[in-house]
Design a protein around this ligand. Sequence first.
Ligand code: URA
Length: 203
Amino acid sequence: MSLTELKQKAQGCTDCEIGKIRTELVFGEGNPESPLVLVGEGPGEEEDKTGRPFVGRAGKMLDQALADNGLSRDDVYICNTLKCRACEEGENGRKRNRPPTPAEVETCRQWLVPQLAAIAPKVILCIGAPSSKNLIRADFKITKERGQYFPCEYAKTAMATLHPAYVLRRSTTSFDGGYSLIVQDIGRAWEAALKLLEKDESV
Ligand code: URA
């Protein structure tokens, strides 16, 4: 199935509770021919409103980390573990984000797995823990194992990096919260993706 067909089908999905209350499904965007796919956790408030991945504060940081490597969103493909916003009732009737449940992650694999198969990237960069646990290993330890290459069923190799939302929570005036590690990991993942692409093309 093509990515366009898959997106259309996903837009009709109400297989879990968050699929029933979403504003927009956030399928993914960027260059589907790219050798590098970035997989985040799931949409937040801004993403749910716009239907686009990583457009809130965390997204701005991700854009900056791509730019610091001379890259833009058009060079990579960006999507999420969950296609709908995991949220619950907060104060003043406003919804607040919550971590995805294992059941939601499992249900949403019906979209993520064929999406990755259609793109067939050389490298997957998992952004944050839920993505790493879903695509690399269930007991993946993000702070210890980020920045390393791991085997992955859906690409030649996979790496994980810190989630920008985590970095934003930790950063202070004198500490970047781990931002430089995101920049470094994106750079290394991109380099590996280009090398693997070259290798395939030179055969
Ligand atoms: N965080 C994510 O993991 N994905 C988004 O799309 C936005 C914020």
